[in-house]
Design a protein around this ligand. Structure first.
Ligand code: AP5
Ligand code: MG
Length: 193
């Protein structure tokens, strides 16, 4: 029988540690990492028309249009159809994105396995992102108002997806405060393979 794919939504607010933890999980489980934030930043770096449009939106702390990020994810899933599975990092962020992702994966009978939500208090998120802003090139980490706007967008548009995945019996909350290794351990325990 074909081995079941491991498709994980790694969920959480800006600064929760999605990118950091993805690096450990892709190695351990042989997964492909799909971060819409990373894909958009690559477009910005390439100065593509999409990148120029995204740059302004990301710089304000707003969400990019659903159709754009859905198309990006669709292309990547098709390009890696032989993968053992995917870690979705920073996607989906709206109900429309979650429904589109279910449509893509269910049509291949490779549904989302689990949605793991890293939980971190707002003040710790702001502290982490301002700290990264001192050394990173990320324009959206430079200004506390933009960081708080990103967190506000998450609370309003993205956090409700916990209920969406809960209704499918797939949501697990993970304490996202602690050392990086401790948090990896909690994620691995929740994946249980
Ligand atoms: P995106 O790139 O997804 O950024 P984000 O969600 O704002 O989150 P970050 O990447 O900043 O945080 P993270 O959770 O990955 O944490 P990290 O591991 O880096 O999105 C950027 C923008 O693109 C969005 O605002 C939006 O405009 C657009 N976009 C992207 N996807 C979209 C979509 N689907 N729809 C619409 N728009 C979209 O860690 C953060 C920092 O904390 C690092 O410095 C790290 O070293 C540190 N850290 C990590 N773990 C710990 C720990 N345990 N203790 C202390 N510090 C830690
Ligand atoms: Mg990230």
């Amino acid at each position: 029988m074909k081995k079941k794919k491991l498709n994980i939504v790694l969920f959480g607010p800006p600064g929760a540690g999605k990118g950091t933890q993805s690096q450990f999980l892709i190695e351990r489980y042989g997964l492909v990492h799909l971060s819409t934030g990373d894909l958009l930043r690559a477009e910005i770096k390439a100065e593509s028309p999409l990148g120029l449009q995204a740059q302004e939106i990301i710089g304000r702390g707003d969400l990019v249009n659903d159709d754009i990020v859905i198309a990006m994810i669709r292309n990547k899933i098709e390009a890696h159809h032989a993968a053992a599975g995917f870690i979705f990092d920073g996607f989906p962020r709206t109900k429309a994105q979650a429904e589109a992702l279910d449509g893509m994966l269910n049509s291949k009978s490779e549904p989302i396995t689990a949605m793991l939500a890293l939980e971190v208090p707002e003040e710790e998120l702001v502290k982490r992102l301002l700290n990264r802003g001192k050394t990173s090139q990320r324009a959206d980490d430079q200004d506390e108002a933009v960081i708080r706007k990103r967190i506000g967008e998450y609370e309003q548009k993205t956090a409700p997806l916990k209920e969406y995945y809960s209704a499918q019996g797939k949501y697990t909350g993970i304490d996202g405060v602690g050392t990086i290794a401790e948090i990896t351990g909690r994620l691995v325990q929740a994946i249980g393979e």
